[in-house]
Design a protein around this ligand. Structure first.
Ligand code: F3S
Length: 406
């Protein structure tokens, strides 16, 4: 791989050990993917910051880097962590202590403790065609597809290496030729709400793996619906980029989305949507003891909607209602009175934290209801929870009644 003189000096340790180590990671990756050179990136987003993914060894590694004076040189945001810094969720103390060590280590490297998978909701919005190095599959697919930025699915170490050097290897989705569609999905089924978009992503993600789907027939989606479509594609499959004709910036037309490539066509009717929904449902007992919403983290509008849906009703005593978002959105939601409505009803609005990367199962929850396709996909394996998947209305009703109604 060709390196500039500056990059060679970084590789040789002129800027210190953390930068040398970061260059070693980037060069190794570049060689694996046959990148011809490194390119500059404007921002990085670190994931894998929960104790569940970092472990104690990873925590010590991060602390060691911080002690060696590692400092990021581009805006570098942090993904969700496993503890809510604003409140006591009654999680095991040892867990909380070690989780805070991780956050402290990265913040002392100059990373922004945004602790969210939706950095684009709090001011970190890449421009069209801008090269970035973000980890967190749902943020990657959103920035690639909806914003038209250029990003590969980075891992935690490669995103940190990019943050420390401002560089990433030129390969994959940084290149025009890899951004064209592979399969056309003609959506005939009407889509309404996040759970429908999640069901679509669940169906298509399983079928397409890591290829690029192009949708036709998606009309006037909200930003949140696109966020949840992307998160489902990225979790049920390994998709990092999708196009929606007439909706996303690289697909003003079907022709531009495929760029002259030949493609297969798949029809999506109500039957396929139902199949996607069923794959996210593993509930057996109708009794629900945990309702969680916000994977990816909720927008302000989602929190407002939940406060309206509660409509003065109370959450059932034996059922927990947890709404996940970040500190920026929560602050606004608090100022506008939505948090008070939810918490007066018996729910809570968490920040920094989420079900999959935290460990709410430590509190004994067994059956989850959610409208979040990524949470529904991972919760059985990562948290040992049975899952009911459906609309936000169904989720709020089940929080109030303690039972899931199909
Ligand atoms: Fe975000 Fe956690 Fe889901 S990081 S996408 S809320 S698993």
């Amino acid at each position: 791989m060709q390196l500039t003189d500056v990059e060679k000096r970084m590789r040789d340790g002129e800027q210190g050990e953390p930068v040398r180590m970061a260059m070693e990671i980037l060069i190794a990756l570049g060689e694996i993917y046959e990148a011809e050179r490194l390119i500059s990136v404007r921002s990085a987003h670190l994931a894998g910051l929960s104790l569940k993914s970092h472990g104690i060894a990873g925590t010590e590694w991060a602390e060691d880097l911080a002690k060696q004076g590692a400092k990021v040189c581009i805006p570098t945001t942090m993904n969700v962590v496993g503890v809510d810094r604003s409140r006591d969720l009654k999680l095991p103390r040892e867990w909380e202590k070690n989780q805070l060590r991780i956050e402290t280590a990265y913040e002392s490297m100059g990373c922004f403790g945004t602790s969210t998978c939706v950095p684009y909701y709090c001011g970190f919005v890449p421009r069209f065609r801008e090269h970035i190095a973000w980890a967190e599959s749902s943020a990657v697919i959103f920035s690639n597809s909806v914003l038209g930025a250029r990003d590969n699915r980075e891992g935690g170490p490669s995103a940190l290496a990019a943050g420390l050097t401002g560089r990433t290897p030129l390969h994959g989705l940084h290149l025009d030729e890899n951004r064209r569609g592979d399969v056309l999905f003609r959506v005939a089924a009407p889509l309404s709400g996040i759970a429908d978009y999640g069901a679509l992503g669940s169906y298509v993600g399983r079928m397409i793996g890591t290829r690029v789907p192009v949708f036709e027939g998606i009309k006037g989606p909200s930003i949140e619906e696109l966020v949840y479509l992307g998160s489902a594609l990225a979790s049920s499959g390994g998709v990092a980029l999708f196009h929606a004709a007439g909706v996303t910036p690289e697909a003003p037309t079907l022709e531009s989305a495929f760029g002259g490539k030949r493609y297969d066509i798949v029809e999506v009717t109500a039957r396929e949507l139902e199949e996607g929904r069923q794959k996210l449902t593993s509930g057996k007992e109708r009794k629900v003891d945990y309702v969680a919403i916000g994977c990816p983290h909720c927008s302000l509008n989602q929190i407002k909607e939940i406060s309206i849906l509660l409509g003065g009703r109370k959450v059932k005593e034996e059922t927990a209602l947890w709404i996940h978002t970040n500190v920026a959105i929560k602050h606004l939601a608090k100022q506008l009175g939505y948090v008070k409505v939810i918490e007066d009803a018996g729910g809570i609005v968490t920040q920094d934290f989420c079900t999959i990367l935290g460990n709410p199962e430590a509190l004994g929850f067994k059956t989850l209801a959610t409208n979040s396709p990524k949470m529904a996909f991972y919760a059985p394996g990562s948290n040992g929870l049975d899952v009911w998947y459906g609309s936000v209305e169904q989720c709020i009703d089940s929080a109030v009644s303690g039972y899931w109604k199909s």
